[in-house]
Design a protein around this ligand. Structure first.
Ligand SMILES: C[S@@+](CC[C@H](N)C(=O)[O-])C[C@H]1O[C@@H](n2cnc3c(N)ncnc32)[C@H](O)[C@@H]1O
Length: 284
């Protein structure tokens, strides 16, 4: 039996995803077919007439079933790119979002000389994406990633090793910074910030596949900020900075919490879509 060509498989996959109302059907089809073939997306379109092996078809079938079950492509692949670096995922880690690169950008912009020695604290490190991205840009820095999920910490450690920063990174199980001492030049966090009322309205890809511990921000979505910003005052060096990601409508509320904690607002940084996405604050 002669198999289908890559082009035929790609088209059929796209159509199948589209008819299951998957929003980015064409993009997802390209990523899944490439992954099943073990080639990159460029090679896929470069050789459209190549026949597809039955084993590849079987692998792809399983991927399509998962995608139609609303599992995001990132979970199906088991890794996702952040700051141009691939990050391994597990069921305990949030999928790194492009919006979160705003935290890295804001931290680097405010940091100044990239060659200086510095201590970084990443609260709610998840896959470790923020800390690993920062350590990859700041060769003299060392950092600690904290999470309440043991599984997430194992994945974060693996990602730090993979990107060659493990000798400058420690990963600690903890409830925010309760168990952390010493002083830091940079405290970064992308805490859970979805308020209880909004949880049910999240897309199934998020609601059913990102860990609830990574999403739930309490009744008003601000529970984690109250703790993190309050404790930042104890943990910042005099010239230190705290950079937290925020939900698109949380800039005023989180700035107010920073002020109440004894911090001074330095910057509200916007993401690529123009939404306020990160707050930079310093000791007042
Ligand atoms: C929104 S996710 C961010 C993950 C990662 N930093 C990122 O940006 O992709 C929030 C993280 O905070 C962790 N977390 C939730 N509550 C926590 C707590 N009380 N103490 C420490 N970490 C917590 C979750 O397990 C999750 O990994």
């Amino acid at each position: 039996v002669s198999g289908r060509t890559r082009a035929q498989v790609l088209r059929a996959t796209r159509d199948e995803l589209a008819s299951a109302a998957i929003e980015e059907a064409a993009l997802d089809a390209r990523i899944l077919v490439s992954a099943a073939l073990g080639v990159d997306t460029t090679a896929l379109v470069a050789r459209p007439d190549t026949a597809v092996e039955p084993e590849t078809e079987a692998l792809l079938r399983a991927m399509i079933v998962r995608r139609i079950g609303r599992e995001p492509v990132s979970r199906i692949l088991g890794e996702w790119e952040f700051w141009s670096l691939p990050f391994r995922l597990s069921p305990d880690t949030l999928v790194p979002r492009p919006d979160t690169e705003t935290v890295v950008e804001a931290a680097l912009a405010a940091f100044g000389d990239r060659e200086r020695r510095a201590r970084i604290l990443d609260l709610g490190t998840g896959s470790g994406c923020i800390l690993v991205a920062l350590l990859s840009e700041l060769p003299q820095a060392e950092g600690t990633g904290v999470d309440r999920s043991f599984g997430a910490l194992a994945t974060a450690r693996l990602n730090a090793r993979r990107h060659g920063v493990a000798d400058r990174a420690a990963f600690v199980l903890g409830d925010w910074s309760a168990a952390i001492g010493g002083r830091f030049d940079l405290i970064v966090s992308n805490p859970p910030y979805v308020d209880d009322g909004a949880m049910a309205g999240l897309a199934a890809e998020v609601r059913c596949h990102d860990p609830p511990l990574a999403l739930r921000g309490g009744p008003d979505g601000l529970a984690a900020y109250r703790v993190i910003l309050h404790d930042a005052v104890r943990l910042l060096r005099p010239s230190g900075l705290v950079v937290v990601e925020i939900g698109h409508d949380q800039a005023a509320a989180v700035s107010r919490l920073a002020g109440q904690a004894g911090l001074e607002l330095v910057e509200v940084r916007r993401d690529l879509a123009g939404c306020p996405r990160a707050i930079v604050a310093a000791l007042a």
